[in-house]
Design a protein around this ligand. Structure first.
Ligand code: TPP
Ligand code: MG
Length: 693
């Protein structure tokens, strides 16, 4: 296409470029180059292919669009504005400013039409795969012959960085394996990243062979300015239903700015007034005009009428389907609310300690999932190749794969990909609390996705088992120690580490009812079953008095989480032998406890009782919040070791004796409740020394 073409398409594309340049220039910050170069791609997707309704960005069967290369946010904002979403020119003028609806990188729930938060490269790629999984699952579950209520595509634009990141490798493989034919991905082959030409970092890799080997359909467009070739390739990609599609588009960053073109600098800096002028002149636009949108462009790009028609047509399809399948329609409505059907909690059995003395919380977790599974028929997920170990299978739910109706996804050994795909399943809508599971230590492998789930407040579940050094012989590579705190450090993430089977049920209840993401930390090893009434009710409040001081105010409070609650209970007995009255507080969740009223919190942790000991098989940093400066913590401030779990716990100091001795020390009592063990400091090394300056 001639750059100076004055037809509506040419003028529209140049307007997208100009808006993007102007916004970045005004903010003196941002990424102009890629929005400019990809204007024809976005124009083709949004005006020729994407089935969307700008007036209703949440219509269930809309096509999804993901800008995985989130730095090119001005491309998305320009498209949303010009096609008629609720995003004004003033919003665009406020690009990257405090409180604006046009933040530096696209943020879900912040700007209408932004389907996911992108910026950490590769994540959007994976989110789109998750959306594709959700679409196929819902289609299988709800479509009936002649009634297609779920039938849409997922479009994405990805950059070099997206394709380089491991998460894209993982999720591309997942997409190919599962034949997600509704994915239409564009790879912006501009051969440049921040550090310069990709000749130094990414040229050896043959992207065509790579994606073909995953089971994708791959096409190439040699010139991003060739609108006909773009439309043809994208249409082919859309029509390819068996395999996910990748369209590799050769582009030139910052085109048509005469000096900035093909430079790494154009990636992330404003072009400068002169270069913006030069680019506008090259496009035949008035260089003195800023944020100019010709009426002709507004008219040409407005997708609202078309969008309304698309949605109305779907509404009709939906009504006909609802008329014929009212029960299914009811289930659909519930699924789109994101909540399980009411009454599921009554299915959760109580564990009676007189019948079941000990049970691993991962086993209790599996039993909980089995109990509520029929109340959440669109809840799907799976493990990163550890489904037997994490006990997270929906028995009878089938395997998601060639048959897309299965509820159990074999993510393979791909934690990072699992994380970003689970987020995508959730973002799609219609799916209740999708989940991913693995060993707690490998939560590190999916931390970027966990963080994004928290940033977006997505109702997903992260199930982590083998939650302490108590897992034993596999040793320090597999034993989490810093992970509880590392997860608690993420804002918006609820972390729950239940102490027994009954608390585990409560934990699943809290999970299904939470607004945002929840991480469940479950044991590999057996732990004693506690009093079902106290545990189930108490755990819903984050922390509660599990065993109180006999005959009045406690002298000391012992706070435990997960498997260490049993240790605290034993310590309480040892203290009783020394005539010390101690209260045991089980604290499965900091976040849930913190959200309780002050009165409740003070009732659990009376401010007057300062002799407090926490016990948790992980790093102690952070426990000051609950034990105060006069309290102390028994934990593990080092890596674990390979040996039977019981021995590791004992050698690292997670023993009732250590906890009891710590409490005695805080109370100024000289005698000990038992022999101190392990390398973890008990009272002696952490208490302030007398006369210490
Ligand atoms: C996970 C992650 N690492 C690093 C960055 C910082 N970063 C932003 S864009 C980019 C690379 C830019 O090259 P490319 O992806 O090809 O985008 P282009 O400039 O061509 O649009 C980098 C390293 C990031 N956003 N995410
Ligand atoms: Mg690039």
């Amino acid at each position: 296409m001639d750059l100076r073409t004055r037809n509506a398409a040419g003028l529209s594309i140049n307007t997208i470029r100009a808006l993007s340049m102007d916004a970045v220039q005004k903010a003196r910050s941002g990424h102009p180059g890629t929005p400019m170069a990809l204007a024809p791609v976005a124009y083709t997707i949004f005006t020729k292919l994407l089935r969307h309704n700008p007036a209703n960005p949440l219509w269930p069967d809309r096509d999804r669009f993901v800008l995985s290369a989130g730095h090119a946010s001005m491309l998305l904002y320009s498209m949303l504005h010009l096609t008629g979403y609720d995003l004004t020119l003033d919003d665009i003028k406020n690009f990257r400013q405090w409180g604006s609806r046009t933040p530096g990188h696209p943020e879900h729930f912040h700007t209408p039409g932004v389907e996911t938060t992108t910026g950490p490269l590769g994540q959007g790629f994976g989110n789109g795969v998750g959306m594709g999984i959700a679409e196929r699952f819902l289609a299988e579950r709800y479509n009936r012959i002649g009634h297609e209520v779920m039938d849409h595509h997922v479009y994405a634009i990805c950059s070099d960085g997206d394709l380089m990141e491991g998460v894209a490798h993982e999720t591309a493989s997942i997409a190919g394996q599962n034949a997600l034919g509704k994915l239409v991905y564009v790879y912006d082959d501009n051969r440049i990243t921040i550090d310069g030409t990709t000749a130094i970092s990414f040229d050896r890799e043959d992207k065509v062979k790579r994606f073909e080997s995953y089971g994708w359909d791959v096409q190439k467009v040699e010139d991003s300015e060739d609108l006909e070739a773009l439309e043809e390739a994208l249409t082919n990609a859309r029509d390819e239903q068996e395999q996910p599609s990748l369209v590799i588009v050769r582009s030139h960053i910052a085109y048509p700015a005469p000096n900035a073109i093909d430079t790494a600098a154009a990636h992330g800096s404003a072009l400068g007034e002169d270069e913006v002028r030069a680019a506008k002149e090259a496009m035949g636009l008035d260089p003195d005009e800023h944020f100019a949108v010709p009426d002709e462009v507004r008219e040409h790009m407005d997708c609202r009428t078309w969008g309304r028609e698309l949605e109305e047509e779907w509404d009709e399809r939906f009504s006909a389907w609802r008329g014929e399948f009212p029960k299914l329609a009811e289930e659909w409505g519930r699924a789109w609310s994101g909540e399980p059907e009411p009454g599921y909690e009554r299915e959760l059995p109580r564990w009676d300690p007189t019948e079941t003395e000990n049970l691993a919380t991962r086993k209790a977790g599996g039993a909980a999932m089995d109990a509520f599974k029929s109340y959440a028929p669109t809840m799907i997920g799976g493990a990163a190749d550890l489904v037997g170990s994490t006990s997270t299978v929906f028995s009878g739910g089938g395997l998601f794969g060639a048959n897309h109706s299965g509820r159990n996804i074999a993510w393979g050994v791909r934690e990072h990909g699992m994380g970003s795909a689970v987020n995508g399943i959730c973002l799609h809508g219609g799916m209740v609390r999708p989940y991913g599971s693995t060993f707690l230590v490998f939560s590190d492998y999916m931390r970027p996705a966990i963080r994004l789930s928290a940033l977006m407040e997505l109702p997903v579940a992260w199930v982590f088992t083998h939650d302490s050094v108590g897992l034993g012989e596999d040793g320090p590579t597999h034993q989490p120690v810093e992970h509880y705190m590392a997860l608690r450090a993420i804002p918006n993430l609820i972390v729950i580490r239940p102490a027994d089977a009954n608390e585990t049920f409560a934990a699943w209840r809290s999970t299904l009812e939470a607004k945002g993401p929840v991480a469940l930390l479950l044991t590999r090893q057996n732990v004693p079953v506690l009093d079902p009434d106290a545990a189930a009710e108490g755990a819903l409040r984050g922390a509660y008095v599990l065993a109180d001081a006999e005959g009045g105010e406690p002298e000391a409070i012992l706070i435990g989480t997960g498997s260490e609650v049993a240790v605290a209970l034993e310590a309480r007995k040892l203290l009783a032998e020394k005539d010390v009255t101690a209260r045991v507080v089980s604290m499965p969740s900091w976040e849930i406890f913190d959200a309780q009223g002050q009165e409740y919190k003070d009732a659990v942790l009376p401010p007057g009782v300062e002799a407090r000991v926490s016990v948790e098989a992980g790093i102690t940093i952070g426990w000051e919040r609950y034990v105060g400066f006069r309290g102390t913590s028994v934990g593990i401030d080092r890596f674990g070791a390979s040996a039977p779990g019981e021995e590791v716990l004992e050698n690292l100091g997670i023993t009732p004796e250590n906890v009891a001795n710590a409490a005695l020390g805080l109370l100024g009592r000289e005698e000990e409740a038992g022999e101190t063990s392990g390398t973890t400091p008990a009272f002696e090394e952490t208490a302030p020394e007398e006369g210490h300056s």
